[in-house]
Design a protein around this ligand. Structure first.
Ligand SMILES: NC(=O)c1ccc[n+]([C@@H]2O[C@H](COP(=O)([O-])OP(=O)(O)OC[C@H]3O[C@@H](n4cnc5c(N)ncnc54)[C@H](OP(=O)(O)O)[C@@H]3O)[C@@H](O)[C@H]2O)c1
Length: 354
């Protein structure tokens, strides 16, 4: 199918979120018309930052109310759009029937629009690396687009937390299969890694990796699950990847692309980086605490060695999208500065002797 025309109209679901908000801003900066889909337009806490973007006053950016749990909520919004960035979360990933139902009605709206050429489905690197048996990462340590987690492992259950990765794979297939059948649009999946970088609105500090940075700034610091090092992408680069995939003449329906810099950092070094990058802040670097049960702690050396043996690749996205991934230090610095300036976070500081 076709890439979207430059300056065309793009709908963004989950537009008030950390990633969606940056997709909206970058689309505007590149001259697109944007329809930002949010649950509640009148929720000033979540939407004022969108209304303050250049483009809103002129009407190039419009806000639209849509609760993803309401079938057909995107029917009117997608009509006339050339592209859709489907960034939104859903209410749960553990109920796979529910995930399929949500995909089906979003797909219906795309098909009914008659105008959408391309949909970017936001997945996650969890859909690439999240294994129920960590030995799978030893057997297949190269982390790239064709790597899928072992979906048949009997230990893979929502109760054990594997619903997210499987829910994301269900969504990828649902969109790709539907696009294949329809023939008028294509679906490209973008799998971002751990997003860091600046928040644009205070409410965004309460989620995901930027929330962990907030906790570090406040003086609380916990080990990351399964001792995994952070595998990151700057949220601005991730947004550029989404837009690059909308524009690319090389991508094909059903393909997926990983958005990560391949910069890997041990969790111990992330928090320490705050003082290194912003010494004037006098951040009182907290000590990392390990909340895991003893059976996990006993495997620490083994798990760290497994992660150290993994090889991250981003060859594919760099071949089709003109993106230069920022170094992680820049993402950490900008994240911390935005938490202070936008999120009004009060850092824990060392005493001053001045
Ligand atoms: N953050 C990461 O590091 C990361 C990594 C890999 C993949 N991802 C994926 O990227 C996407 C966005 O993540 P994010 O970090 O930007 O999350 P986020 O900040 O929590 O934003 C997600 C948005 O989804 C919307 N949403 C949630 N439930 C909804 C519902 N029932 N109906 C309508 N909208 C709903 C919310 O909209 P309202 O604000 O309007 O309520 C929210 O703004 C997700 O699909 C996530 O799985 C994120």
């Amino acid at each position: 199918m076709a890439p979207i025309p430059k300056g065309g109209t793009v709908a963004v679901t989950g537009a008030a979120g950390f990633i969606g908000g940056w997709v909206v801003r970058r689309l505007l900066e590149r001259g697109y018309r944007v329809r930002a889909c949010v649950r509640n337009i009148d929720d000033r806490v979540r939407t004022d930052f969108l209304k303050g973007m250049p483009g809103h006053a002129s009407g190039r950016l419009t806000l639209h109310a849509a609760d993803i749990n309401d079938d057909g909520c995107f029917d009117d919004i997608f009509k006339g759009c050339h592209g859709v960035c489907h960034v939104s979360h859903v209410s749960t990933y553990d109920d796979h029937e529910y995930v399929r139902r949500i995909c089906d009605h979003v797909i219906e709206s795309v098909s009914r629009s008659g105008t959408v050429n391309r949909v970017i489905v936001t997945s996650s690197t969890a859909a690439i690396i999240s294994e129920a048996d960590m030995q799978e990462l030893v057997r297949r340590p190269v982390l790239y687009e064709d790597r899928h987690p072992d979906e048949q492992n009997p230990k893979r259950t929502p109760e054990r937390g594997h619903g997210y990765a499987m829910g994301k794979n269900i969504a990828q297939r649902a969109f790709s299969d539907a696009a294949e059948l329809d023939g008028r649009w294509d679906a490209i999946t973008c799998c971002p890694a751990d997003n860091l970088g600046p928040i644009q609105s205070a409410h965004q500090k309460d989620m995901a990796w930027q929330h962990i940075i907030e906790q570090m700034v406040l003086g609380r610091y916990e080990q990351t699950g399964a001792y995994r090092p952070w595998m990151t992408v700057d949220v601005r680069d991730n947004a550029d990847c989404h837009i690059g995939l909308l524009e690319s003449v090389s991508v094909k329906n059903g393909e997926r692309y990983i958005a990560w810099s391949t910069d890997v950092r041990k969790v111990e070094d992330i928090c320490a980086a705050i003082d290194r990058l912003l010494p004037e802040l006098r951040h009182d670097t907290p000590i990392v605490t390990d909340p895991f049960p003893d059976r996990v702690k006993a495997r620490e050396a083994e798990l760290r060695a497994i992660w150290a043996g993994c090889e991250l690749r981003n060859d594919r996205i760099r071949a089709v999208v003109p993106v230069t991934f920022r170094p992680l230090d820049e993402s950490i610095r900008d994240c911390v500065e935005s938490l202070l300036a936008v999120g009004k976070v009060e850092p824990r500081r060392r005493p001053s002797f001045m």
